[in-house]
Design a protein around this ligand. Structure first.
Ligand SMILES: [Zn+2]
Length: 403
């Protein structure tokens, strides 16, 4: 079996798993007939396919040259798909076992004592009496984008992140995406990559959208995040190299760690802090009709909030491992993610749907950041863009970046 044969079998396996779980295949731009041929097979048969593929991969001789990384990552993806089928068949895994099997990573443990220190810092930043999450809600209310200004603000943020990205990454002339506003979702934004360099980006309007989310979502979902990640993969890996495994994107796979991690880290690559503040103050705040004199204070609070990011992993782990019930998990999110009850409940629904996927955002970002900043050295922004782009077209898993 050559790597190309194994890759092809892997695509068929992922398509077969997708028949069992409609959320599993996030994007597919391989041959249309493969998708049409995929049938809903009994799970035992899908497991048999996965078993065979794992065995074939293990017998494959070590690759050389430019295919070494390819082989390593394909092996991790085959094993992750195998683990996902076993999960569908009822195998139980702890939170850490699952994230290791699916994303090749385990989130570090955070303690409540560590988080309490950040809460104290935020308490100083947020005026008033009462519970901190209530004070946070009162503070952020002044930074919500009015619904009728949402499109103007998002369009401006996307145009800016696109123009900035184009200075450093060669984007195809026909690349495009559509922006759509939706409701009743567990996420706040989603990029659906449609192939041929085009995406549909959906923004969920269930909750008032904070002004910081405009740049975050424009960069994370669009440029240089998911949209760019997919279009570069399609162009360089699938079309140029013929690496067919990159024509499919299983959501619960090691590639998701890189995709979410690089999309989150990419926000600060495309908008370095000082430039972001200036853009928010001069363009976005006025477009949203918000008081631009408060931009620095607002981002001071956002910064402190970032330090609470791993609280979400802690809660997800305890809840999914059965250590705490649902209402206690919601209460912990209200305390340590400073969310109001409705928002914490939405987050629990996300955790129930996507489980240990949550680590891909924060741990993914931290691993990508450490890996890229080590490689960029003192080369400044230019060097950072270079290594960032290289990583998108030479994908690596968590352990491959940490090793
Ligand atoms: Zn994402």
């Amino acid at each position: 079996m050559t790597l190309n044969n194994l890759a092809q079998s892997y695509v068929h396996l992922v398509l077969a798993i997708g028949q069992q779980d409609s959320g599993y295949v996030d994007a597919y731009y391989g041959p249309a007939e493969w998708k049409e041929q995929a049938q809903k097979l009994p799970l035992e048969q899908v497991l048999a396919m996965a078993n065979i593929l794992v065995a074939q991969f293990e017998k494959c001789p070590p690759a050389a040259g430019g295919e070494v990384l390819r082989q390593q990552l394909l092996g991790l993806h085959i094993r992750a798909a195998h683990a996902y089928v076993r999960k569908l068949m009822g195998e139980t895994m702890t939170f850490d076992q699952e994230s290791q099997a699916l994303y090749d990573a385990v989130s570090p443990t955070v303690t409540e004592a560590q988080l309490d220190g950040v809460l104290a810092e935020l308490s100083d930043l947020l005026p008033g009496e009462g519970a901190l999450n209530t004070r946070m809600a009162a503070f952020t209310q002044a930074f919500a984008i009015p619904r009728d200004r949402l499109d103007a603000v998002f369009s401006a943020a996307i145009a800016e992140s696109r123009a900035r990205t184009k200075q450093f990454i060669d984007l195809p002339d026909d690349e495009a995406f559509r922006l759509e506003y939706v409701t009743d979702q567990v996420w706040s934004g989603y990029n659906w990559y449609l192939g041929n360099s085009s995406s549909l980006i959906q923004v969920n309007t269930d909750f008032p959208m904070q002004i910081s989310r405009a740049v975050d979502l424009a960069s994370h979902e669009g440029y240089p995040g998911h949209h760019v990640f997919h279009l570069l993969g399609e162009k360089h890996l699938v079309r140029e190299k013929g690496w067919v495994e990159y024509s499919i994107f299983p959501l619960y796979s090691p590639l998701a760690f890189l995709s979410e991690g690089s999309a989150n880290y990419g926000i600060s690559v495309v908008f370095p802090e000082v430039e972001r503040l200036a853009f928010e103050r001069d363009v976005l705040f006025p477009l949203a009709g918000l008081d631009a004199s408060k931009v620095e204070r607002y981002y001071q609070v956002q910064h402190a909030m970032q330090k609470l990011s791993y609280a979400g992993n802690m809660v997800a782990q305890r809840y999914l491992d059965g250590a705490i019930p649902r209402d206690a998990a919601i209460a912990l999110l209200m305390k340590y993610s400073l969310q109001e009850e409705a928002r914490a409940t939405q987050r629990i629904r996300f955790i129930e749907a996507n489980r240990s996927y949550v680590i891909n955002y924060n741990l993914g970002q931290d691993v990508v950041k450490a890996y890229l900043e080590r490689r960029a050295g003192d080369g400044g922004q230019e060097a950072l863009w270079k290594v960032f782009t290289e990583l998108l077209v030479e994908p690596r898993s968590a352990s491959m970046m940490q090793g």
